[in-house]
Design a protein around this ligand. Structure first.
Ligand SMILES: [Cu+2]
Length: 233
């Protein structure tokens, strides 16, 4: 470098100005590049996919379990990444049952509650893991809404029909899934890195496990334990 710069230094003021101009253009170009440093659309950002199986120790495969990933190793305040707040999210009351039995939504989501039955239904959630709420009682074909700002487990009950029960699990992350009939689940588009995987099932103890997600498919096995080590029902 030094040897090649020596001749141009002796080449006169006009040449130097041209060099300065060229350098200025390069610097300006670099400034523009760094200011708009979005990866071009043709480059794929590495993402991890989690494919998991969930079982209950000493029992059958666990459907209706909620599995979610919180970036970083700690419980607590959630990652910088905002929850996905798309939706809409629905909870129906149909044939004297809540449908679905378990609904998982990100914190901040609003759920629409529809009464599809010819009878009046009520919805309330006692203040257990969350503040709880009471939406009142309403007739067929009407909906009411509730927004869930805080993560936690909401137990839905109807004071007209004591046998009705459902759960809305509010999670502090956009990376979540509900397990299928055979206990399987998948979570897509998680940036590679360290996470805590949490799992919730109505009959099981809370579960958490530190995992590291790499680019591509990551297989995970979640084994839950019944509360008290035995069937509740
Ligand atoms: Cu009811």
């Amino acid at each position: 470098m030094k040897s090649s710069s020596q001749p141009s230094r002796q080449a006169g003021a006009g040449h130097s100005r041209a060099r300065l101009l060229a350098v200025a253009i390069i610097v300006a170009s670099l400034g523009t590049l760094s200011a708009t440093a979005e990866p071009p659309a043709t480059f794929s950002t590495p993402t991890g996919r989690v494919e998991g199986s969930t079982t209950i120790r000493g029992s059958e495969a666990a459907n209706n379990a909620v599995v979610y990933l919180v970036p970083g190793a700690a419980r607590g305040p959630l990652s910088a990444e905002p929850p996905r707040r798309d939706g809409p999210y629905h909870m129906d009351q149909h044939r004297l049952q809540f449908d679905p039995h378990v609904l998982v939504v990100p914190a901040g989501a609003t759920v629409e509650f529809l009464n599809s039955d010819q009878v009046l239904h009520n919805i309330f959630a006692p203040p257990l893991d969350t503040e709880g709420f009471d939406l009142g009682t309403w007739p067929q074909s009407e909906t009411r809404r509730h927004t869930f700002p805080e993560p936690g487990v909401n137990v839905l009950l109807c004071n007209v029909h004591p046998d009705m029960e459902a759960f809305i699990i509010v999670v502090p992350t956009r990376y979540y899934a509900l397990t299928d009939e055979d206990g399987s689940f998948s979570i897509d588009d998680a940036p590679p890195g360290r996470y805590t995987l949490f799992a919730w099932h109505e009959r099981c103890d809370p579960y958490e496990m530190a995992i590291e997600i790499g680019d591509g498919t990551n297989e995970v096995s979640v084994v839950l334990s019944l509360v008290g080590g035995r069937e509740r029902y």
